[in-house]
Design a protein around this ligand. Sequence first.
Ligand SMILES: Cc1cc2nc3c(=O)[nH]c(=O)nc-3n(C[C@H](O)[C@H](O)[C@H](O)COP(=O)(O)OP(=O)(O)OC[C@H]3O[C@@H](n4cnc5c(N)ncnc54)[C@H](O)[C@@H]3O)c2cc1C
Length: 588
Amino acid sequence: MCAQIYKEGNRNNPYSFDDYLFVKNHFNYYTDDEFFQALVKKYTGNEFEKIDKELRALSDYVSFRFRDLADKGNELENRIKVTKIKHYDAHNHRIDRIERCAETEILEREIFSLGLFDQNRNSPWSRFTKLFLLYQNSEAGVMCPIACTHGMVWLMQQYEDVLGSESCKILEHVRDGTGEYSNGEYGRGSQFVSEIQGGSDVPSNLVEAVFEEAKGPDGISNCWRVYGQKFFCSAAHTDYAVVTAKPKGTSSSTKIAAFVVPAWLPGNKEKEIRNSYTIDRLKPKLGTAELPTAEITFNGAVAYPIGPLEKGLADIVGIVLSLSRLHIGLGMAGGALRIAREAILYSQFRKAFGIPISSFPLMINQINDLNQAAMRTASGAFKVYSEYIHFGEELIAGIRDLEKIEDITERKRRFRLRELIMLQKIVVCDEAPSLIRMAISFFGGHGIMEDFLSFPRFHRDSMIMELWEGPRNVLLTQIHRDFQRIKEWYPADDFIRDLLEGSDPDKVESYASEFLRIISHDSLLRNDEETLTICSDWQIFSNKLFQAYQELALTELDYQGKPLKFSRLLRKFKKEEKKKKQGVAKAI
Ligand SMILES: Cc1cc2nc3c(=O)[nH]c(=O)nc-3n(C[C@H](O)[C@H](O)[C@H](O)COP(=O)(O)OP(=O)(O)OC[C@H]3O[C@@H](n4cnc5c(N)ncnc54)[C@H](O)[C@@H]3O)c2cc1C
């Protein structure tokens, strides 16, 4: 019959993508993914039943409604909206209003309503697995503020006992969704660290905080106020920002302190009177284009210090940025499962030269590579996060604080987590754009079409993940420096033996000696032949090292499930749909 339809001269070309679309659009990210379920089962222990139930309920939204809202928010006309700002209203009031499309706003409201950081509604594992699920729709203009809010809550919680009354109300709003500042919704956060002269070099920040006794134009006295420009302010539409600034006139005036700055002072949000700052411009971006990223000038914004002024840098890097880096790692891993799934299903559906393209040996290798990379990346993300949960979701701000831990076994394990977070961030982000590019190639020319699939959006977003929260070079340098600082109590080769315990012993030993050789080179900052070679070796080795950790995580999972099969899923979803229709007919 096929030959009949496709015979030459048949002008009514019957070709259709409908079966592929049917399978893709019916696939439930959690309930239809045995691999994801196996990971949840392995790691959540006694909580599995409860979390499994919650994930099934949430996945009914994430896989369909949220997926469509995320796609809609990225359409060209919606992306453009987020680069335009309304500075003044009709009556000459400065308002700096950011307008996003309704779909992104709905998506954000619904995701924040999950109360992910609310201890009464989520445990560490339910929080993580829900985040992993949500990231299957990529950043979508929402997951950046989610990550920033996570960092803000954890930073403020660290100092909960000593927070001032305003900061307590802010914490209550963003974490619990309650209190004086809540209008029945959870507060949303952002983080403004980078300045025009450098994002990597945070100590070079110029933004200043000044303690002012006199009453300001906003009627507030005896408070810290922030002055200066921040150049990359994502999630600029949110309620609060963690802002770094140098506190003037204090013994720590050259150091970086951390502040929470409300976007509007109490009662001013409705009036659109911002907290003494202007949004100068919204940036047009390659990726995460639904997310407003602004250039902001602070002109005396009221700010509340979080933690000791001299500890701001360590807290920002050790807690806030580390959490964002964890998000990037787990987010790219969640996205990888979706990318691999949709690309592999298409390869089994699509035919060329009379056979499914998944049968060509060149494709078979690519499918295996993509599938293996997605599975090890996801397994690695669960394993890294399990270490974070092991320590009660508490991050130690810096090496100095780490060295205060007397128990050497615990100190080493905490150090491994610190390094794993950085390694995961750079390695996953290094791999993601090329994996997505390969997945796009499975679709041939259709892979480039914005309205055919979501991969162009994922690809653009993955380019951003590489850059923010610490570019690759900066983190490679940081890791190398960390090992120099702790070599007295944790030699580099021992670190490898502990990290890869359970892997092939020959491989472990060869990695241990290679890593020791790289770390034994005293600095990556000299321009000589030897350093250039070490830098190049370190770049290559960092990927091999973290991939070995991911492979170990995958082996430990011991997954025995069935591989994806397009025809099986098509039959299953058709049957389910038929049943649903029969159920409706009976009910009528
Ligand atoms: C879309 C987007 C949104 C962002 N949102 C935010 C936000 O909300 N808040 C915020 O604070 N920041 C944000 N950033 C800024 C981001 O964190 C910075 O871009 C990043 O930290 C790098 O800083 P930079 O752009 O100034 O690059 P630079 O610091 O100028 O670095 C340029 C290059 O030099 C390399 N380099 C720097 N130092 C070293 C070194 N020691 N050794 C070797 N190489 C080095 C870097 O790897 C990089 O490749 C955002 C960035 C993007 C792209």
